[in-house]
Ligand binder design. Structure first.
Ligand code: ZN
Length: 253
């Protein structure tokens, strides 16, 4: 762990109970570190994990880093006060999105497992930036291996069911009950959504965020049968996984 202190922080206004994962979306870790430490940028995260597994500590966990921005989860908006933020070096969707290397994932797994254990962060409170800001953000994205983290006891990855990808997609206007049910599910999981009963722009954005996280093979914001089935699985898993984790357990989900 390399200390690389950033001046971009202030005081927490709530206790830590959430872990938020990001990608840097920059060409390399050096550029990302420079930006996260630049007072003019007013952005930061507690840690940055480079692709080779090097971990940089930028902000002490007791302080409020500035990584989530305008965000929401389960009624909370000051996600920065509630969370620890980890940046993963990756060029991201704008600059050549690519796999997160094994060394980076191994280092993240060690770091995140330690954080989750020390702060008793519930599995349902380990989130991606796109979960808490679905209309603005796409990180860490559909190449991120949430299943691997869940196997290590970090976050949730309910086993996917078997609904076929090529079954007909619901017609949004003709199938308002299905859209309303999907919105209810998304709200219950924690996403910010208006329960309008129509597949509006906000709903499509939240569905894309949901797919990026839980149905990574196709990110289109459509309410296809596999997405509907996945919504049910994830809602059930989040209901079970919202309890505060015991400080030493892992691998329960
Ligand atoms: Zn981010």
């Amino acid at each position: 762990m390399i200390d690389r202190p950033s001046p971009n922080f202030d005081e927490r206004r709530a206790a830590i109970d959430m872990l938020v994962l990001h990608y840097t979306g920059m060409a390399n870790a050096a550029d990302a570190l420079a930006r996260l430490c630049d007072p003019a940028e007013r952005v930061s995260a507690h840690y940055l994990v480079d692709e080779d597994g090097t971990v940089y500590r930028l902000i002490g966990e007791d302080s409020r880093a500035w990584h989530a921005g305008l965000a929401y989860w389960r009624g909370a908006r000051d996600i920065n006060s509630l969370s620890i933020g980890i940046e993963l070096a990756n060029p991201g969707h704008d600059w050549g999105y690519r796999d997160f290397p094994a060394a980076q994932m191994a280092a993240l797994e060690l770091l995140a497992r330690d954080i989750v254990a020390r702060h008793a962060i519930a599995p349902a409170r380990v989130l991606g930036h796109s979960d808490v800001a679905p209309q603005r953000k796409t990180d860490p994205g559909e190449l991120f291996d949430w299943a691997r983290l869940a196997r290590a006891g970090i976050g949730l990855w309910p086993a996917p069911g078997t609904a076929p990808l090529d079954a007909p997609t619901f017609e949004p206007s003709a199938r308002a009950p299905e859209v309303a049910e999907a919105q209810r599910c998304l709200a219950k999981i924690g996403y910010e959504i208006a329960e309008t009963g129509t597949l509006d722009d906000m709903t499509a954005a939240v569905l894309r965020a949901f797919q990026r996280r839980f149905r990574q093979s196709r990110i289109d914001g459509a309410l296809d049968p596999e997405t509907v089935a996945r919504l049910g699985e994830v809602e059930a898993a989040f209901a079970r996984g919202s309890a505060k984790a015991p400080t030493s357990s892992h691998g329960r989900y």
